[in-house]
Design a protein around this ligand. Structure first.
Ligand code: PGA
Length: 255
């Protein structure tokens, strides 16, 4: 059975004090709302991962992730953070290939394949983001683009390794814009992604793969999105910064 996941991506928001308040509120609120087949993941900025993980440690329903890592094990890479360092402070996940990383930091599928390897090698799980810009959608090349992002970013993995990957479809035009993909638009792409996974790794692996939707997901639209057959939860940006909104989204699974 594939897991239902709601993951919060805090991006470069909150300082130590406000981050600690937010995670404390989330931990207090989620307990009764998270079913056995669900997981909540909180991805704070790197400097807060340790403190957030310390607080979340006693809660089996809440995991912690980083938002990026370097592809090397260690070395002279000033300002960077390795997967083993992230692992050592208590995280379980790393978001990879977020469109902001691709756009502002020039991350390519080739680099992301290396980061994926580093994450898995260190016993962490990648939340691997894929998705098209509005221009790419208007040119009707989004399916091909997503196919390439998968093929070049994660399809070099063995089936056993791939089973640890969470995918996140995040149409770039919906991120932080308040314009969300319609449930039908999102479902169409999620179904395509699952078919690609099935073609590469077989039906069973594809059925077990968690595919999150991300892009202006909020308490109002989450239920309709999560009701789609191939949408297994959300990667939440803006709405993950408010404990009530974030925990409300967690309650929107009806399947
Ligand atoms: P948003 O961001 O929910 O603020 O649109 C989603 C994301 O970038 O992960």
């Amino acid at each position: 059975m594939r897991k239902k996941i709601v993951a919060g991506n805090w991006k470069m928001n909150l300082d130590y004090t406000s981050g600690m308040s937010l995670i404390s509120e989330v931990l207090n609120m989620v307990n009764d709302e998270v079913r056995g087949d669900q997981e909540v993941i909180v991805c704070p900025p790197a400097v807060l991962v340790y403190s957030v993980a310390q607080l979340a440690k006693g809660n089996p329903k809440v995991s912690v992730g980083a938002q990026n890592c370097h592809e090397a094990e260690s070395g002279a890479f000033t300002g960077e953070i390795s997967a083993s360092q992230i692992k050592s402070v208590g995280a379980q996940y790393v978001i990879l290939g977020h469109s902001e990383r691709r756009q502002y930091f020039g991350e390519t599928n080739e680099l992301l394949a290396k980061k994926t390897d580093a994450v898995l090698k260190n016993g962490l799980k990648p939340i691997f983001c894929i998705g098209e810009t509005l221009e790419e959608r208007n040119q009707n090349i989004h399916f091909q683009l997503i196919k390439d992002q998968l093929a070049e970013g994660v399809f070099h993995l063995s089936a056993e390794e791939f089973a640890k990957v969470v995918l996140a479809y995040e149409p770039v035009w919906a991120i932080g814009t308040g314009v969300t993909a319609s449930p039908e638009q999102a479902q169409e792409v999620h179904e395509f992604i699952r078919k690609e996974v099935a073609a590469k790794y077989g039906e069973e692996v594809a059925e077990d793969t968690t595919i999150l939707y991300g892009g202006s997901c909020n308490p109002k639209n989450a239920a309709d999105l999560f009701a789609q057959k191939d949408i297994d939860g959300g990667l939440i940006g803006g709405a993950s910064l408010k404990s009530r909104d974030f925990t409300d989204i967690i309650t929107k699974f009806n399947k």
